[in-house]
Write a protein that binds this ligand. Structure first.
Ligand SMILES: [Mn+2]
Length: 354
């Protein structure tokens, strides 16, 4: 396991590479070219420049999160081939620059969804929170304004304003798409890109849907062990794997995360490790990473990753907003640094005891 931190780039992130470098045990960052819209090919110059910025601070670029997938690919429109071609061009650029991990998701319209980006906790910190009853009362075409209003002025990953302007069109595009169709379109995409990934040894790591159930009536497929096995087997290649995101899969208490990890040995290419508190059906708050602060057992999760000999990048995921830090919701420095240190401590103990 290689501990990393997500970084959104110097133009966007409140956290600096200098700060990340000072978190003990953090060796690399996971980042992206935030300003390039989904569907456009990345250039080698931009990727090189990004790598150089990171190297300057003694860190490595450990993977891309994300190279986003154009909606035409998810919906299976005739123009998808043009966007897949661009995706392959991006992969070739990344492969040439020796970047070997690409995280992506296949969620229709919305990336992750929350009903509150700053819910006050008993310790005075705030966290991201989800309540299905609140979501059910929101007009889905208005949720962007609500999320945006509480974003501390930061861009929210996956909630690009230019996409959200066309939200009604997006909903129309997905009207005929059910889960089987989404699986088919994912398969079509993977079959097209995996040969390039194999050529450059780029590991594709699909991110689970967050939360792990259908929202606003849109189909979702990256939800549970059965579907993760199906999608990793339907295009069988060591390059076709997953991002094990404990917070996304863990939103559904029926998902046994250590069991999912062990079932997907060899397919877990990237790990997002965070905790949350289940508050009832369809309802949870994010939490500090510490096992006792939430509903997930971080020791058992790290132990399962150790058991499958996980060697890829891991990162603490969303943290609480603490110590008066103002940042992109979930992505402050302080609580994620605490999370990285805690997870590194668990890892050291497991290694020394095994
Ligand atoms: Mn995640």
């Amino acid at each position: 396991m290689k501990m990393t931190l997500r970084w959104f780039g110097k133009e966007v992130d409140s956290v600096t590479l200098k700060q990340i470098r000072q978190i003990p045990g953090v060796k690399g960052v996971i980042t992206t070219l935030y300003d390039i819209p989904a569907g456009e090919a990345w250039t080698r110059e931009r990727v090189k420049d990004l790598k150089d910025q990171i190297k300057e601070y003694g860190l490595e670029l450990s993977g891309i999160e994300s190279v986003n997938i154009h909606d035409a690919i998810k919906v299976g429109l005739p123009e998808r081939d043009k966007y897949i071609e661009n995706y392959i061009k991006t992969l070739e650029v990344l492969g040439t620059e020796n970047i070997d991990l690409v995280c992506y998701n296949f969620m229709p319209v919305f990336d992750w969804t929350r009903s509150d980006l700053a819910k006050l906790r008993e310790d005075g910190s705030t966290v991201l929170s989800y309540d299905q009853e609140i979501i059910d009362q929101i007009d889905p075409t208005k949720i962007f304004e609500q999320m945006d209003a509480k974003s501390n002025g930061y861009l929210l990953p996956g909630w690009e304003p230019e996409r959200m302007e066309k939200i009604k069109e997006l909903f129309d595009m997905y009207r005929e798409i059910d889960e089987e169709k989404l699986f088919e379109n994912l398969k079509y995409f993977l079959e097209a890109i995996i040969p390039t990934c194999e050529k450059y040894n780029i590991k594709m790591a699909i991110h689970p849907d967050d939360p792990a159930w259908s929202v606003f009536g849109l189909p979702r497929i990256v939800l549970n062990k059965e579907n993760l096995l199906r999608l990793t087997q339907m295009v069988n290649s060591p390059c076709n794997g997953i991002t094990l995101c404990t917070g996304s899969l863990g939103s559904n208490p029926h998902n046994d995360i250590p069991d999912i990890i062990r079932s997907l040995q060899g397919k877990v290419h990237f790990a997002h490790v965070r905790n949350l508190r289940h508050l009832g059906k369809g309802k949870f708050d994010e939490a500090a990473h510490l096992s006792s602060d939430g509903s997930l057992d971080m020791f058992e999760i790290m132990k399962a990753l150790h058991d499958i000999d996980f060697k890829g990048p891991a990162r603490p995921d969303h943290g609480r907003a603490i110590w008066d830090e103002v940042s992109m919701p979930g992505y402050g420095l302080y609580d994620r640094a605490l999370g990285a240190t805690y997870l590194n401590g668990i890892w050291e103990a497991i290694q020394k005891m095994s």
